[in-house]
Design a protein around this ligand. Structure first.
Ligand code: AFP
Length: 321
């Protein structure tokens, strides 16, 4: 089976980017190990602190963030980091060529129930003019990313990644510690009969999503004239992995509750990397009013509405706007 290194080389990734990705993934392998130790290592449960988003941090949030931060800072390849678990950007090497954004442990409420969780990341070039503690260089649209992906800590640890030449899926071979290519050039089926949305938020959705979901639920008797199934993992990595693998539509739409939080998901380290993966696999990714990858961020923890997945289904959803 092909190794990650040769796939990255075949995709034309520059050597320094390959080395950075391998460094980042070395951190993810350590997270995979810590996660698998669970209660035996005392890593389950919450800390007493909250992150900048006002969410209670799980112990594994803090551990994963520290692992990635340390390994990336030591590598020398990175000028600065933005993380879900850090209020501000983390300055690294002033001569580093790359910026890395990550959610170190997505879906962390799943840690205590031994369910799917993962790390989501995105990499872009660091402008030469930028000082390592300057957040403004992170305020660029997803179209500027040079690589993005996630590692899913599930029954197998799996990596989905793109450097702009297709989306590939790898599986961690724990016998020798490397990621091996298990599905090249993923193509998301254009049609689907499966959707993912947290319906407990229904009363907070805008009218287009209310109408769209009502029509899906109406099934064969409704205007869509087919029965749909619903899945919700409560970890975006898990839901997106399913959509990449067998198609579907994933929605975390605009939420009327708080105008400062137009959705739940964060642009830099959740929406953009997933949108990049989805588009490279032939799917679509929208905010409802435009392409996610073209949103110009105004701050590093910005939230956006997210509608992504199978091309024809996303188009059908957008037709309700
Ligand atoms: P965390 O990153 O704080 O663990 O949150 C996970 C998440 O942002 C995303 O992965 C899920 O899709 C979503 O939250 C689930 O949210 P609900 O609370 O609405 O199920």
């Amino acid at each position: 089976m092909k190794r990650l290194n040769s796939q990255l080389q075949d995709d034309g990734a520059p050597m320094e980017l390959i080395l950075l990705i391998r460094t980042l993934l070395a951190g993810c392998k350590e997270i995979a190990f810590r996660v698998s130790q669970g209660a035996l290592a005392g890593v389950l449960g919450s800390t007493l602190s909250e992150n900048v988003q006002g969410e209670t941090q799980k112990k594994l949030d803090v551990i994963s963030n520290q692992i990635l931060k340390d390994i990336l800072k030591d590598s020398g390849y990175v000028k600065a980091i933005s993380s879900e678990e850090e209020d501000d950007v983390v300055p690294c090497n002033p001569d580093g060529k790359y910026l890395v954004s990550f959610d170190p442990l997505d879906g962390s409420s799943n840690t205590d129930i031994n369910s799917l969780i993962g790390t989501i990341f995105s990499i872009s070039h660091a402008p030469q003019w930028m000082k390592p503690d300057d957040p403004s260089a992170f305020l660029q649209p997803g179209t500027q990313s040079v690589a993005a992906g996630y590692v899913l800590y599930g029954p197998s640890a799996m990596l989905a990644m793109t450097t702009g030449r297709g989306t590939h899926i790898y599986t961690l071979d724990k016998t020798h510690g490397g990621f091996l290519l298990t599905k090249a050039n993923v193509q998301v089926p254009e049609q689907t009969a499966e959707f993912a949305i947290n319906t407990s938020n229904q009363r907070h959705w805008e009218e287009p999503i209310q109408n769209y979901v009502a029509d899906l639920i109406a099934g064969e008797d409704g205007p869509r004239e087919k029965d749909y199934n619903m899945r919700w993992v409560a970890a975006m990595v898990g839901d997106i992995h399913r959509v990449l693998t067998r198609g579907g539509i994933f929605l975390y739409p605009f939420d009327k509750r708080n105008p400062n939080k137009p959705g739940k998901l964060r642009l830099l380290y959740e929406a953009n990397p997933m949108a990049f993966l989805m588009e490279q696999a032939g799917g679509l990714a929208s905010t409802g009013t435009g392409r996610i990858m073209e949103v110009m961020p105004t701050e590093i923890h910005q939230r956006v509405p997210v509608l992504l997945g199978s091309k024809e289904e996303v188009k059908a959803c957008l037709s309700y706007y």
